[in-house]
Design a protein around this ligand. Structure first.
Ligand code: PXL
Length: 273
């Protein structure tokens, strides 16, 4: 008899270029042996050169997708990426409570607070930052901001280990169980050091800094790899360590595509793409 795999749900936007957003999330879930499901929040128009615009999905369609899969197929872990507007964030938060996803339930929930694309194009309307802090962070098992998002969310400019810790402390005030402050966007150092904390444990995860311009979708892929491990029952420190090892390979095998920034490669185990 064929065994039903664990399931993971991404609540996020589409990247027409296939490298980030739900496309990265689904590739990563399936590459990690987890059945991926989607609640689409927005459709971006983009290629390797950047985002040209986006249109959000009606709020009841976003929440309908979450209820449809949660009620029938079951969700072993969920994550959010691009959420586009405060209305979508508020509605997603309420729906997650209804279907029992998030901290203080048995279904872990990862919030990747996507605010902008790598090329600086806003993927979130400005008033929505407060909704992420107030509505999503308190429901999150783990939040995974990059350094630009840390600055937008807390005002802390991370330049090294002490400001990375200050940022983690400031972010934990918003109520998530764990925070991962990713150091990938720091210029200095040969290693890429991420800091994971629940306010009691302080765990530094160090890995090689890989020299490539093709890092499109890297943040989404790392958060989805962590979500995959959580769906399979790992605790947060184990899931983050597994996610970091996974994203290192994805970045090492990232490929050029188009005239701009190419995508990371979640299917490196299959020999590419
Ligand atoms: O990598 C952040 C991200 C998330 N979601 C969508 C995106 C991007 C970056 O471009 O397009 C849909």
């Amino acid at each position: 008899m064929t065994v039903t795999p664990r399931t993971a749900l991404t609540i996020a936007g589409s990247d027409s270029g296939g490298g980030a957003g739900i496309q990265a999330d689904l590739r990563t879930f399936f590459a990690n042996g987890v059945h991926g499901m989607v609640a689409l929040t927005a459709v971006t128009v983009q290629n390797s050169l950047g985002v040209q615009g986006f249109s959000e999905i009606p709020v009841d369609v976003v929440t309908g997708q979450i209820k449809a899969v949660a009620g029938d197929m079951g969700v072993d872990a969920a994550k959010t990426g691009m959420l586009a507007t405060a209305e979508i964030i508020d509605a997603v938060a309420k729906t997650l409570d209804e279907v029992h996803i998030g901290r203080n339930t048995s279904t872990p929930f990862v919030v990747d607070p996507v605010a902008a694309s790598m090329t600086g194009h806003a993927l979130l309307r400005e008033e929505a930052l407060e909704a992420i802090r107030a509505e999503l962070f308190p429901r999150a098992t783990l939040i995974t901001p990059n350094l630009d998002e840390v600055r937008l969310l807390t005002g802390v400019v991370v330049t090294g280990p002490s400001t990375q810790r200050e940022a983690a402390e400031a972010l934990l005030e918003f109520g998530s169980e764990w925070v991962l402050v990713k150091g990938g966007h720091l210029d200095e150092g040969q290693d890429c050091v991420d800091l994971l904390s629940d306010g009691t444990s302080w765990i530094e995860l160090s890995g090689p800094r890989i020299d490539t311009r093709n890092t499109h979708g890297g943040g989404d892929t790392m958060a989805s790899a962590i979500t995959s491990s959580l769906a399979k029952g790992a605790d947060a420190p184990t899931a983050v360590a597994e996610g970091k090892r996974f994203i290192e390979r994805c970045v090492a095998e990232a490929y050029p595509l188009g005239a701009g920034v190419g995508p990371v490669s979640p299917f490196w185990r299959l020999g590419g793409a």
